[in-house]
Design a binder for this molecule. Sequence first.
Ligand code: NAD
Length: 267
Amino acid sequence: MKEKYINILMNSNFESKKTSKELMKKLSDRGYNPTTTFSENAELTICIGGDGTFIRSIHKSNFSQIPMVGINTGHLGFYQEISSDKIDEFIDDYSNGNYTIEELKLIGAEVFTKNRSHILTGLNEIALKAKNSKIIHMNIYINRNHLEKFSGDGVLVATPSGSTAYNFSLRGALVHHSLEVMQLTPIAPINSAAYRSLSSSIVIPGNYIISLIPEKRYINSSLLLVDGEEFFFSGLKKINLKLSNKSIKKLIFSQDSYWNNLKSKFL
Ligand code: NAD
């Protein structure tokens, strides 16, 4: 008999623990094998919590190709398709195959320091800022074409699914996740007699390379943000960003969920 493993990942909130207990019992009753120890042999990963839990689960599972679905016990729950009072409907729909799988593109960065390079991957965005809330000056190239010398708090490169997150707060555009593009969005760009920086976002084909080259004095004082987590590299020389070849798989139960989500969570 097939093992039918289902990974259950959650945050430590009371509501998430309660939901997980109920979910695990119901899944076992339906012949599934729920496990809180991540198994690479699982057919599905269910993530209980808010968007932060979903994002951290994606990173912790090293961008696993096992389809994921989220049960929302957090606030906004943009990634969390299922509400915690609809567990029975969810198990019915899943068991009956009433779902489709959508692929969410990831953003990849190659970070060059004095002596080596590092790879970073994000689901929402990767941003470059100055440390200690200072202004950063950097040159930005698109496929080696010089775009601008940017001055301001920093810049962010968002995936389509990250366009509703930090990017949206910065007045970036909402981009449907079926589009293979990335969005370069300025964070508090300075426009004065001294500095000229683009003040709007630019949408760029996903296979183009965006290069961010901080001025020399920032090589030891800039900060990378990947999905809200800070990374510091000493001797940071250049960052090349493009949409990653990797994606993650997310279950959706309604073809209209994207538009319903936008309307109910942002308007
Ligand atoms: P967090 O707990 O501070 O959550 C930030 C908010 O972003 C939450 O309301 C969450 O629901 C929402 N969010 C996350 N991904 C989203 C998405 N794709 N679409 C719509 N909303 C989304 O931090 P966290 O939970 O660890 O999440 C990290 C994310 O927070 C980062 O990837 C970044 O996009 C976002 N963030 C936003 C701002 C801002 O809007 N000013 C600032 C920093 C970070």
